[in-house]
Design a protein around this ligand. Structure first.
Ligand code: GLU
Length: 420
């Protein structure tokens, strides 16, 4: 683990590598390293037990040259400004890479939702939206679910916002957040979208190398909104989940876990611990396990130098944002372990967020089939382009993905110029 590293430094270093391969002038480089706006809020909430507590939240708006700021809201005890900065920047690159008319943003509230009941989470959410006021909006900054938040939180956000904007606009502001429930204007397929996108990348990687998925194994860190879908979809394709772990511990099952049963267990219990489906192993054993796909789908900076030296997989599939430190990446490269980079791999979520936003704008309701076909096409196109650019430029998939994204943003800056 490389938790001493500041997350924003990781994005800076990754961007710097892209700058070396794309001709970006020094002023623009500086602009792209910084966020446009950083908002920190303190707001009081009257909790269900009658007590009033002060909460701290952040919203970082990194870039909006291609469209409204876009990105998730985290409810997590450790979510600080630096983390939001990095994650907001990644959103800019994710959206640009996928050619979406969105920029990048990210936010969070510093608290552990597991310590609060649903009524209190609702109160915190509503006060957050009230405090943010016009800093969010369907054409300005569009939050979405992330760590510790879900469609219920998004429904409360949308409802609070629509009550703030006033009667005539109530119906037109549904697109202020994405990841809502179907009943409240969400899109079919949004909940599985990030996981499905991860799977597309794995499938294409295997296709390109002629690898038979039926003969592959996977280790998965994190069995939440992203990881559980990855495991379930891949198991239908014959990939065997031999190692799994989350904040509650790590487990091994040489015959393979049953992802559907495990998902059911995690839904009911909130963690993998106690499922009785495998043998407990240490974190070190988990990170040095032999497998084809190693999928970090939990928190950032999980793969540090030590982990990278011991890993025994063919490819690291970055379903989480920023799971690999810079030093670890160098080691993995030297050891011939490929990395499918986060801004490509986990971008399926924001792609379907875009579909949801479009449906809200047009008062349309697409079918699940339609969403899946569109997502599939989009992921395929992006994956092919990144692979082709990496080959042509002789760089890693990560650098290729960044170069594509950075150039799209650069072109918009060049055409628009600086005003006045
Ligand atoms: N939180 C997700 C991410 O990191 C989704 C963002 C969105 O849909 O706006 O990509």
């Amino acid at each position: 683990m490389a938790s001493h590293v500041k997350l924003s430094e990781l994005v800076h270093a990754q961007l710097q590598q892209a700058f070396e391969h794309a001709q970006i002038d020094a002023t623009l480089q500086r602009t792209l390293q910084e966020a446009k706006n950083e908002i920190t809020l303190h707001f009081p909430v009257r909790l269900s037990n009658g007590q009033v507590k002060l909460f701290r939240g952040h919203r970082v708006q990194h870039n909006n040259v291609l469209g409204p700021f876009k990105g998730g809201v985290r409810f997590h005890a450790d979510v600080g400004l630096d983390e939001c900065r990095a994650l907001a920047s990644w959103m800019t690159w994710k959206c640009a890479l996928q050619n979406l008319p969105f920029g990048g943003g990210k936010g969070g509230v510093e608290f552990d939702p597991q310590q609060y009941n649903s009524e209190d989470i609702q109160r915190i959410t509503r006060r957050l939206v009230h405090s943010l006021g016009t800093n969010i909006g369907p054409e300005w900054d569009i939050p979405a679910p992330d760590l510790g938040t879900d469609s219920q939180v998004m429904d409360w956000m949308m409802d609070t916002y629509s009550n703030i904007v006033g009667t005539p606009n109530k119906q037109t502001v549904k697109g202020v957040v994405t990841g809502k429930s179907l009943t409240c204007g969400g899109s079919p397929g949004r909940d599985e979208a990030t996981g499905r996108g991860v799977v597309h990348c794995i499938v294409q990687w295997a296709e390109q190398l002629g690898v038979d998925l039926q003969k592959t194994t996977m280790a998965l860190q994190g069995f939440g909104k992203v990881g559980s879908h990855v495991a379930q979809i891949l198991s239908r394709m014959g990939v065997v989940l031999t190692h799994v772990g989350d904040a509650s511990g790590y487990w091994h099952n040489p015959d393979g876990f049953h992802p559907h049963q495990l998902a059911q267990y995690v839904r009911e219990n909130g963690h993998v611990k106690g499922s009785g489906m495998g043998k407990a192993i240490s974190r070190k054993e988990f990170f040095s396990c032999t497998c084809d796909f190693f999928v970090p789908a939990a928190l950032h900076l999980q793969i540090g130098l030590k982990e990278a030296q011991n890993m025994n997989c063919k490819v690291v599939v970055e379903a989480a944002n920023g799971p690999t430190s810079q030093e670890a990446e160098k080691v993995l490269q030297k050891r011939g372990i490929e990395i499918l980079p986060d801004i490509m791999v986990n971008s399926g979520g924001v792609v379907v967020s875009y579909f949801e936003w479009l449906q809200n704008k047009r008062s349309e309701a697409w079918s699940l089939e339609e969403v899946r076909v569109k997502l599939d096409k989009q992921m395929r196109k992006t994956h092919q382009y990144v692979t082709q650019q990496a080959l042509e430029m002789g760089v890693s998939l990560r650098t290729a993905a960044y170069v594509i994204a950075v150039k799209r943003v650069q072109q918009a800056y060049m055409r628009r110029g600086i005003w006045p």
